[in-house]
Every structure is written in structure tokens, then in C-alpha cells.
Design a protein around this ligand. Sequence first.
Ligand code: PSV
Ligand code: MN
Ligand code: MN
Length: 431
Amino acid sequence: MTYRISSDFLAQHNAREQRRLDADYDALAGMLQCRGGDIEALVSLAAGFSVALPSWGVGTGGTRFARFPGKGEPRNVFDKIDDCGAIHQLTRATPGVSLHFPWDRTTDARALREAAQQHGLHFDAVNSNTFQDAAGQEHSYKFGSLTANDPAVRAQAVAHNIDCVELGHALGSKGLTVWVGDGANFPGQHNLRGALERYLESMRAIYAALPADWLMYIEHKLFEPAFYATTIADWGTSFACATELGPKAKCLVDLGHHAPNTNIEMIVARLAQFGKLGGFHFNDSKYGDDDLDSGSINPFQLFLVFNELRDAAVREGDAFKPAYMLDQSHNVTDPIESLMTSAVEVQRAYIQAALVDAQALSHHQKNNDALMAAQTLKQAFRTDVGPILAMARLRNGGAIDPVGCYRASAYRDHKRAERPQAAGASSSGIV
Ligand code: PSV
Ligand code: MN
Ligand code: MN
């Protein structure tokens, strides 16, 4: 039996935090009441929020220069599930886990499903990997995968994606996320149109293999590993491909996959307007695909994204259900702490956006009162909704202070003893 934070320990930790939370909560309740708000409704909203965890995020990431592994990191997919379970236990906001194949491949899907169930977890969208060569694979992806010139390479990449769908199906997933790094490093290296034609041909074959209730998420990314022309570089290309493929294909917005200063909230509004917003990979960045913790650099942008989602939810109704997931790389922090903090930051933006006085905003917009429109957003953004999030966690059986509780439990020290690192092993499972 591997170590788990006990419910007694969690309850004791919460008991020590309760008085402070109650005081903060009462103060905020009073403040919101003066504005005509209802704190209990916001707590219910927060309690119903969830964002999926990337299985690869619980190991220490790395850059192309180095990776500095931490002690007690997960060694395989079962360890990753344990760590995701601990994150969900304390935050109560992360019941979904997104697997990545072949990194998370197991021959025992039933055991994996059971392991997840024991933690109250389910499997979110699965991710394929054709941006590196797996051990023993016949053809290399050095010159592309779904877009490769060589039909045998494309067939192998298509087969891998279909394999991911089958693995995911056995685990109860309902979606496939396809991110390909295919592209060119030199002008002239690719026939730009030809590469996209080959991509579409490959994606049609994968699309045909999707179960009826599945979605396919197309993830665009500006650059890297291709540095001159990435095949699926932007939301326009993603939108065109999703439209070509059909209703099960949607666009996935990874916040880090845009040029600095791109107006991502406007991309969100556009995709929602045309019914193609599939979901998100949340993270934050300063320069490029930095994969920093959500809300750590630009929390206002995250809020503005959720403000568009709030607007879209009102317009589209219950049918509007974009998938929320974190996609981060943790290099200098304990990944569990980063993922807990990030889940809370995304939830925070969701609740801040719910605080926006939509009527006032619309009024100011109609009157061309730019200053008051901006102030209406700022008032919601500036409100510290922390006590709402903490109360939602507490009522859902989680921790008032997830990081404090996690540290006090010495979870990582226990894992250090349980998980002796094999020489040369990597957290992601990359061979
Ligand atoms: C590479 O940029 C990347 O970070 C993409 O965001 C994918 O979603 C992720 O790797 C996992 O394949
Ligand atoms: Mn991503
Ligand atoms: Mn990325």
C-alpha cells in the first residue's frame, strides 16, 4: 500500500485553518451582499468547477538544456495516478487525468482504471505522440509524422493515433488531442500547401476511427520544434481543419502557443462564436511556450479568457462545454504544488469572471463608455475570491490550504522512500 494523506490528517489541518477562513468568508459575504451578490451561489459554482491534470505534469519537466529531477518523482503511470489523486484529494477540482501515449502505455487497462477510481479520478482526453520516436518504432518522425512525405511514415502516425483512441476507449476517455510538431525549418523545405493536404488526409483517417461520442481536439502551436513554418501554427488553420473534418473535430487553445501579446481572449470569442471551441490547455508564459504555472505571469489575461467563456455560456447554454486542462512544465517547483496552485488559479479566474456585472458591462458598452466598461471588469478581477474557493474545497472534502496541508503531510518524503529512482529514468517515460 502506498502512502496517502489520511482523512484524519486533512481534517486536523483544516480545523487549524477554519477560524481564519470563517472570518475572511464572512467579510467577503458582507462585501458581496452590498454589491447585490450571493456568496453561497458562487461557492456552489466553484464547487462544480474542474480542470483536468496532464499525466506528464506530475514529473519534473526540463528544457532542451537540462532536466533536474526531484526525488520521489513518479516512475510510471500508476505513480502518476497516485500523485494526481493527492492533488485532487486536496483541491477537489482535478478529477480528470489526461494520459499521453506511449509514455503512459500499460498492458493492464483494467488495473489502471481501478487505480484511478480508487482516487475518484477518471480519464480525460488522451494525447498522441508523434513528435518523437518511440523505442523500436519502424519509421522515424524526423521529417514529420501526419504530414510526412513518405506514406509509410504517415500510415504509422495514423495507426498510433488510432491506437491511442482504442487505449483511451478502454479507459473511459472521450477525446483525442492531436498536437503535431510537424513543420519546416527552412523556406522551401516544405510545400506549405502540400503539407497541410497530407495532414488533412491523415486526420481524416483518424477521425473515421473515433467512437460516436468522442471529440478530436486539434491543438495549434506557433513554433517549436519547427522554427520556420509549423503546419498547424494558428487558430485559423486549426479552425479550417476542424471545419473540414466534421463536427467531432474542435479547436484546442493552449495559452502558451501564441506570439507574445496575442489577444487570446479574442481567439476564444471567435472559436466559441463559430462552434469550434473544444477546450484549453492552461499555463502561463512570458516569451513563448514557457509552460509556466497558470496565472503566475498574466492572471488578468486568464480572467479575460474566462470572461469570454462566461459570455459564451450565456449565449450557448448547456451545450457549451469546453474541456479544461492544465498543460505545464515544472522545472523549479514540486510539480504537485504547482498543479494544485494552478488548478486553484484557473478556478479563481472562473469565479472572478462570474462576478462580472454583465448588465452593467453591456450598458457601458452600448453607451460607448470605455472607461466604465473597463472598470466593471476590473472590479470583478480585483475581488479576492480566495475564501470562496477555500470554502468550496472544504465543503467538497478538500483542504482549506492545499499546499500547506501537502507540505505538512510530508507526502514527498514518503514518496522518496517508496520510489527509488532507477538510474537514467525520466519522469515522462521518454526513452
Ligand atoms: C508541446 O508544445 C506540448 O507542450 C503541447 O502543448 C502538447 O499539448 C504537450 O506538449 C503534450 O503533447
Ligand atoms: Mn498543450
Ligand atoms: Mn506546449
